[in-house]
Design a protein around this ligand. Structure first.
Ligand code: NAD
Length: 429
């Protein structure tokens, strides 16, 4: 990527048309700055969520998806065909993401592999000179998040976390309103998630299917026998690879809560809940409530019911002058102190493409920190999930250092700050 672009012209022209289409200025700016002459070449790793990301990247102007990579060869081949259908050019279907890192033409690695891969792959990506778009939660454990920030800074790379609502027009608008004081001082935020997830049953050791490279699926995680009910997707509910619903869907809403309330690291974290619904191999809670206290000024609560869909709501901000209810798309209702609706937005949306446009703009403008979900912010939000899970696992409240979220005076809890790695895969910055 070498051509320079006239950024001001792009923003000027495109902002006008996107404003007409009802997009916020930040979204407009990102779309504008990401559609110039400089080609950006990407490789996508992990092709379930990554299949949708590969489509989205392939749709962006002057972006080449050169590689689609999965340790499951059936997925890689299928997604390569799909991307060819979108862009007219077939990417190479590969099984080892290190080929993406070795290719000097590639500008960015997109990591949508399971959570235990996020930190190690991002750090390897930055070391190889790649920008990285990494899915949420950005890390499998808190230490990895800290190392990811170090790697991004050391190599001056853009690292965008896949909390895509950060680039949604409604959410940008709602947060701007909060920050301008629409409901006064925000002192409480409530987030909610509900689903009706099935049992994963009890797994048995079975032969690894011939189309799966289980060695590379495990990568940085210490080795375990291949079970019939972990690959794909169900790893989310096992601590060795996943972070439960809190790290899966919780991170999206906690990120928005933290953003709107303008808070960083908590001072107190309390978890309660458990696995009440199915008797199966899952380890992470199916019913979970976590509350976060921020220095006596603000409280965030997250509630997840993974096995019962009843209940409504996404994120509600409570202030001393009113309340703001925002849904998943960014549509909102603003209430005054008397609980009367004073403003409503009905037309909001968020897309992968808005968030990707923001990432591409940071790369093209050589402004690696100019990101909607920059790794330092992504780490703070993901850390809330990790702290909630650690509190759940040790069975007590945690006191945290407001400067960095480190757990105070609890050696057992602090042992869960990092993990052991498969020898040879320890992340190094
Ligand atoms: N931002 C979002 O809205 C969103 C939505 C869904 C999933 N996600 C995130 O995406 C990630 C993947 O989730 P999923 O639901 O797609 O899981 P999944 O298990 O269904 O898919 C993961 C894929 O990664 C592949 N993989 C594993 N190791 C690999 C490696 N070393 N190289 C290449 N491919 C590898 C697997 O074979 C599998 O195809 C998770 O971290 C999840 O939180 C984000």
């Amino acid at each position: 990527m070498s051509d320079s672009i006239n950024r001001r012209n792009f923003i000027g022209t495109s902002a006008a048309s996107t404003a007409a289409a009802g997009l916020s200025l930040s979204t407009a700016q990102a779309l504008a700055a990401s559609s110039p002459n400089n080609k950006v070449v990407v490789g996508v790793m992990g092709l379930s969520r990554g299949a949708s990301l590969a489509d989205s990247y392939a749709k962006m102007e002057n972006v080449e998806v050169k590689y689609v990579c999965d340790i499951d060869s059936t997925r890689a081949e299928k997604v390569a065909e799909r991307v060819e259908g979108v862009s007219g050019k077939a990417p190479q279907a590969i099984g080892d993401f290190r080929r993406i890192l070795d290719d000097k033409q590639v500008d960015a690695l997109v990591c949508a592999a399971p959570n235990h891969w996020h930190g190690p792959a991002t750090i390897l990506g930055c070391s190889a000179g790649k920008h990285v778009y990494v899915e949420k939660p950005c890390s499998h454990n808190p230490r990895e998040g800290e190392l990811m920030i170090e790697a991004a800074r050391k190599h001056k790379r853009a690292v965008q976390v896949g909390t895509q609502r950060r680039s949604g027009d409604g959410w940008l608008d709602a947060i701007a309103k909060l920050h301008a004081g629409a409901i006064g001082n925000v002192y409480h935020v409530r987030a909610f998630y509900a689903s009706a997830r099935p049992s994963i049953g009890k797994g048995k050791p079975v032969d690894v299917p011939s189309h799966v490279d289980y060695e590379l699926w495990q990568g940085p995680a210490p080795r375990k026998p291949y079970l019939s009910n972990v690959v794909h997707y169900n790893w989310h509910w096992r601590w060795h690879w996943g972070n439960g619903e809190l790290g899966n869907n919780g991170v999206h809403t906690l990120d928005l809560c933290r953003w709107g309330a303008n808070v960083d690291f908590p001072t107190q974290v309390t978890s309660s809940g458990g696995r009440y619904h199915w008797d199966d191999d899952q380890e992470t809670p199916d019913t979970h409530t976590v509350s976060y206290e921020f220095g006596g000024k603000c409280q965030i609560t997250w509630q997840g019911t993974s096995c019962n869909r009843h209940g409504a709501g996404f994120v509600t901000f409570y202030g001393d002058k009113g309340t703001l209810d925002v849904d998943s798309n960014g549509k909102y209702k603003l209430y005054d102190k008397g609980d009367k609706v004073v403003e409503e937005r009905k037309d909001a949306r968020y897309t992968n493409e808005f968030h990707i446009a923001n990432f591409l703009a940071a790369i093209r403008n050589d402004k690696p920190l100019d990101l909607a979900a920059e790794i330092a912010e992504g780490h703070k939000s993901t850390l809330l999930c990790h702290l909630g899970n650690i509190s759940q696992r040790v069975g007590r409240s945690l006191s945290c250092d407001p400067r960095n979220g480190h757990i105070l005076n609890d050696k057992e809890a602090m042992e869960l700050w990092g993990r052991e790695y498969e020898p040879g895969w320890e992340p190094k910055v």
